[in-house]
Structures are given as C-alpha cells and as structure tokens.
Design a protein around this ligand. Structure first.
Ligand SMILES: [Zn+2]
Ligand SMILES: [Zn+2]
Length: 235
C-alpha cells in the first residue's frame, strides 16, 4: 500500500478550536513515524483563527522545537473577496512554506452565491500563492468543480484528499478519477484538530489503491516530491 510520509494539514490551538500545541502534535507525529508535518492553522478570516504575528513567528517556532522530523510552516487561510485575496497579505504568505485555502463555514465565502464563491476560489488559485485547495469536495459549501480544476491545472497547484471528510466515497472516487485523468497532483492530509488525528491515512490509502490512482501524482509520498512541489528547503 502507498505510504504517506508527511501530514501537511494540521491545526493547533492557534486556530482557536484545535486541541493541541505544536509540541504535542510533533510527539504524536513521531510516534507514527512521519518524516514531516506542516502546521497550517486558520488565519484571521476564520473566527478565532490566528493573527499576523503568529504566522510571522512560525519559522522561529518551527526551528526551535526540536523533534526528529521536519516542521513545515504553513497556513490554511480563507478568501476574503471575489478577487481571490486571502485574509493574510502576500508578503507574509510568501514567508510560509505551504499556503492552502479552502471554503469554510462562518467565513466570507460561506455567505456567497455559488458563482461568486467559484470565482473567488479560481482567482485565489490563479494568483499563484495557493498551492493546495483543501477539501474540494465533501463539504456543504458547494463550488463548481470544473473551473476550479482548470485553475489548479494552469497554476500547477494540487487538490487535497482530506481524510477527515472521506465519508462521501462516491464523490471522492469521482474526484480521484478526474485528478488521475488530468494529471492533477493530490496531497493526502488528515486536517487534524487533535494530535491523535495526525497521520490518519489508512482509509485514503485504501481508496487510492482501490481506484488505481497514479502514485506519482501523490505529492506527500516522498521527501523529494514534497521538496520539489512546494519548493522548500529540507536537508
Ligand atoms: Zn479546512
Ligand atoms: Zn483545516
């Protein structure tokens, strides 16, 4: 079975509704033999999300918390308008190693019509800073998938296979088929909000096997593919 070596979508207490600290997350990730984790808390667009100073400090935190794994700095920021701007400014986003966005309840995008929502997501991805669109299916905040897939392809971004939202199997299978056919990379992530959830990939790996999904399109299958896809330094 395919092995996922890194969990690249993890929330901590800094998101406002996560249970654990970066340190505790690292302890559990090490127990699961993960080679890397990405700390990707919500930004200020999400009620209770972390503020600018947290993301500006994240490199320092990641460098000084010592565990036998790579701590990658990231964010799952929200979109704040139809132009696709995120709630954190580009200069701060550029200082983070993994920038992701997704559609969440209680945010600007949740209040929009499907058309506006889709435009916002397409524009956010097209701007180039966002490398992963999180939980593209399986949430009640609906978007038009086709234009989003086109934007992901032209921006060289990836879609997420989110293991916390994997219950609608037919929808997920359909998405995997589209990704496989169109050479769209995917990232398999837990979206953990507790340390115990970190690295929960079994169901996702089973689905990938079952669908015969091309392994080379799974970004977090190896250190080299993570480094080259996200252009990060990892010795
Ligand atoms: Zn999310
Ligand atoms: Zn999340």
């Amino acid at each position: 079975m395919l092995e996922i070596i890194a969990d690249l979508h993890i929330h901590t207490i800094a998101s406002g509704h996560g249970a654990d600290t970066i340190r505790t997350v690292c302890e559990f990730a090490c127990k699961k033999n993960l080679k890397a984790i990405a700390i990707t808390d919500h930004g200020p667009g999400f009620p209770g999300g972390a503020g600018i100073t947290y993301f500006m400090s994240l490199h320092r935190l990641a460098n000084n918390i010592i565990f036998p794994l790579k701590i990658i700095t990231g964010i799952e920021d929200d979109i704040k308008n139809r132009k696709g701007e995120l709630t954190i400014s580009d200069d701060i986003l550029k200082g983070l190693e993994i920038v992701m966005t997704g559609c969440h309840p209680f945010t600007w995008i949740a209040e929009q019509r499907k058309r506006v929502r889709t435009d916002a997501v397409v524009n956010a991805i097209t701007k180039g800073c966002v490398k992963v669109f999180t939980h593209p299916v399986g949430t009640y905040i609906d978007i038009e998938l086709k234009p989003v897939l086109d934007a992901v392809i032209s921006a060289g971004a990836a879609l997420e296979l989110n293991t916390s939202k994997i219950d609608k199997t037919d929808v997920i299978m359909d998405l995997l088929e589209k990704c496989g056919t169109n050479n769209i990379p995917i990232v398999v992530n837990s979206d953990a909000h507790t340390a115990e959830e970190v690295g929960s990939f079994d169901e996702a790996c089973r689905l990938l096997d079952e669908t015969g999904f091309p392994e080379h399109l799974v970004v977090n299958r190896s250190k080299e593919s993570i480094k080259s896809f996200f252009d990060i330094v990892w010795k």
